[in-house]
Write a protein that binds this ligand. Structure first.
Ligand code: NAP
Length: 265
């Protein structure tokens, strides 16, 4: 167990973009770090900088989260290492292009990373955190989860999964001090755009957030106890109103008889 009372934060996709900024901010908050991604050289460069600047312990784990063996090793570490107090489930890929023209293998890889790895890592962290009644799980979703008509439909669906998973876990761990948060970035300037064959410069600059602002706002939302944080949304009441509109459906979502409007012709 680390002598660091804040414990260690394990961050997936920490080699660049949003994950690298989480690494910076959590180190500055005094967390030791476990940085995970495939590009070991980039992880080591970030680790060296953060050790020098903050004095925290930084470990690097090279892992491809779409590879079963790499994922299993990480799950074991997350579930069994009591010094880990935070999981930032951040690694993700996006996709461009239309559904029919896209490679189904690319969809499967996206689902492996954005859904399967996120779920298995959250489950491993929960096995560690819930019995100890402490710990934080941050899951990176996206605003496209709320707008499935935008962007690649499979990407939006994977991110909707992340929101539902986070909300479902909150309900399941209702009596627990474990903190949960889904973060829903809008367009944020990182490599994900290039990597998925999109051009962020084609988007109205008023809609594009810088990555430092995004992570700082997401952490402010965490500090305020938000379960779902939409960094650019001015009034959180609008999100709660959307939830309330959905909850209005609940009494009629499962009944013994079909609705009268659906009488067979
Ligand atoms: N940027 C946006 O506009 C935006 C908007 C909404 C949501 N998000 C979400 O925010 C999260 C971070 O996105 P980002 O914009 O920071 O993306 P990014 O700049 O492309 O970084 C993605 C990170 O994930 C890692 N990664 C990718 N595939 C991996 C794999 N198979 N195994 C392990 N690590 C892998 C990458 O590192 P290696 O290549 O070294 O493995 C990198 O560190 C994602 O979940 C994304 O969906 C982003």
């Amino acid at each position: 167990m680390s002598d660091n009372s804040k414990g260690a934060a394990l961050i997936t996709g920490a080699s660049t973009g949003i994950g690298a900024v989480y690494a910076d901010r959590l180190a500055k908050r005094g967390h030791d770090l476990i940085l995970v991604a495939r590009d070991e050289a980039r992880l080591n460069a970030l680790a060296d900088r953060l050790r020098a600047e903050t004095g925290v312990k930084v470990e690097v784990i090279k892992a491809d989260l779409t590879q079963r063996a790499d994922l299993a090793g990480l799950e074991q570490r997350l579930a069994g290492d009591a010094s880990i107090t935070t999981l930032v489930n951040n690694a993700g890929v996006a996709g461009a292009g239309d559904f029919v023209g896209s490679d189904p293998d690319a969809f499967e890889k996206m689902i492996q990373l954005n859904v399967t790895a996120v779920t298995r890592l959250a489950a491993a962290a929960a096995r560690n955190f819930v019995p100890r009644d402490r710990g934080t799980i941050i899951n990176l979703a996206s605003v496209v989860a709320l707008m499935p008509e935008l962007n690649n439909p499979v990407y939006g669906a994977t991110k909707a999964f992340v929101i539902y998973l986070t909300q479902g876990l909150r309900a399941q761990f209702a009596g627990s001090a474990v903190r949960l948060q889904a973060v829903l970035p809008g367009a944020t300037r990182t490599e994900i755009w290039e990597r998925s064959g999109s051009d962020i410069n084609a988007i109205d600059p008023n809609m594009v957030m810088e990555v430092d602002d995004l992570v700082d706002a997401a952490l402010a939302g965490l500090d305020q106890g938000e379960l779902v944080t939409i960094p650019s949304l001015p009034d959180a009441a609008d999100w709660h109103a959307a939830l309330a509109a959905k909850a209005k459906l609940y009494p009629n979502l499962s009944r013994s008889r079909p609705a009268a409007r659906l009488k067979p012709a």
